[in-house]
Write a protein of this length. Sequence first.
Length: 67
Amino acid sequence: MTVFALILAAVSGSAPTVDEAILLYENGDIPGAIEALSDLVDAPGLSLDERLRAWDRLGSAYFAMGE
C-alpha cells in the first residue's frame, strides 16, 4: 500500500471506503487507488451502487496506468 493509502487507512481506523479510494485516485495515487478498489469490489456488504462506483473507478485507474 502506498504511504497516502496507509495514512488514510490509519486516520479512518478501518479499510478505506469507496469514497476514500476514489479520493486516492483524484489525488494522483493511482497504485494506491487500484489496491484499495480491488479490495473493495470483492468486499462483502457493499451496496450495488458502491460496488458499481468501485468497478467504474477501478477501470479508470487501470486505464490511467496504461494497463
